[in-house]
Design a protein around this ligand. Structure first.
Ligand code: KG4
Ligand code: ZN
Length: 340
């Protein structure tokens, strides 16, 4: 007997991207993301503005996702939404919308942990992307997260280490602010790094035990360095921007790779998957490719649109939970601090 197709609508609204995706089994039919340009003016995400923009975006984004997937809402099997972690005002918009729609259509509601979703995005069926075998190590690196997770099965995950202060993307963005770059600064620092000398200015790596990370000291170190140099030469940043960027990137990638190497040593697991906006970074991609040759690792990088915040990753978790009939009650609450 032919199995019936499962259609999941995924909804993501944990931070500053409103996204809706439709998936048929493990294949993505549509993945619509409305980002919020408004935050660039403020140099970071303003929670109240994010929440309001989600309210404006959610209906058109869902409508577009269904249209692009060429299905009607009556064909949906279930609705998956981000329960947390994230900004409360943002999460509430997606949560209430998902609940109302699932209730109205009388179909199951599935709550999804955003951090699990970044990892399980690797299980979206895509040409040219192989799925990591269990167990593997996942490193989630973005503007909001920095974690190393041991993944033994879809829903059997253990956080081995995480940041004790800023996320790695914040380290990029805050350093960029010191250098007068726009927000988010990660992509520009990355671009300039490729034109500069990574060893021009040695910045100190933080000393943090085990597999935890810390990035706030680095940001302060860069600020003091720039202040000192600018006193001696007011044009210092302008004249040396590419070298400064390359040195910052070299330090950050060094920190990430040191922790990954330690995680491999501790667990003996050599399959490494990354996710989150910073996985677009050319430095981390190059370092991972080198580690394949040097240490015999196998590395997995998802398609760019599934690394930043998106609803496709929420929908794939929805699909995996649907197969387990793991549905939510309608009184499920958005939760700003949700552990894996
Ligand atoms: O996953 P994401 O879109 O949103 C969340 O923060 O969850 O990640 C955005 C972060 C920003 O901090 C941005 O500066 C950083 O990812 N980013 C990069 C690059 N592209 C984006 N950082 C370094 N190099 C890049 N190429
Ligand atoms: Zn995220």
């Amino acid at each position: 007997m032919k199995k019936e197709n499962v259609y999941i609508l995924g909804i993501e609204s944990s931070c500053d991207d409103t996204s809706a995706a439709v998936l048929c089994n493990d294949k993505i039919l549509s993945n619509v993301v409305a980002d919020q340009k408004i935050h660039a003016e403020y140099g970071g995400v303003v929670p109240e503005l994010a929440s309001r923009a989600h309210q404006q975006n959610i209906v058109p984004v869902v409508h577009q996702a269904l249209g692009k997937a060429r299905i009607t809402k009556d064909q949906l099997s279930a609705i998956a939404f981000t329960r947390g972690p994230g900004l409360m005002g943002s999460l509430l918009v997606g949560t209430s919308f998902a609940k109302s729609l699932a209730f109205g259509l009388n179909i199951p509601l599935i709550d999804v942990n955003h951090m699990q979703a970044h990892i399980l995005a690797h299980f979206i069926d895509e040409e040219y992307h192989s799925k990591p075998p269990f167990p593997f190590l996942a490193m989630t690196i973005s503007g909001g997260h920095t974690q190393i997770v041991k993944v033994s099965n879809y829903f059997d995950m253990e956080v081995l280490g995480e940041t004790i202060d800023d996320a790695v993307g914040e380290a990029y963005d805050k350093s960029g602010k010191v250098l007068g770059l726009g927000y988010p600064a990660g992509p520009e620092i990355d671009k300039r790094s490729q034109l500069g000398n990574p060893k021009a200015y040695p910045f100190t790596k933080p000393k943090v035990d085990g597999l935890d990370f810390s990035f706030s000291g680095l940001k302060t170190g860069i600020l003091y360095f720039v202040q000192r140099q600018t006193k001696a030469n007011p044009n210092f940043v302008k004249e040396n921007l590419n070298d400064i960027c390359a040195s910052i990137q070299y330090t950050i990638i060094g920190i990430l790779m040191d922790k990954l190497k330690l995680a491999v040593k501790q667990t003996g697991i050599k399959h490494i998957a990354i996710g989150g906006g910073v996985s677009a970074n050319s430095g981390i991609r190059k370092a991972l490719k080198e580690a394949e040759k040097k240490y015999g690792w196998t590395t997995y990088i998802p398609k760019f649109e599934y690394t930043t915040d998106n609803a496709a990753m929420i929908a794939i978790v929805g699909y995996l939970k649907y197969l387990d009939q793991d549905f939510s009650d309608f009184d499920v609450m958005a939760t700003a601090r949700l552990k894996i």
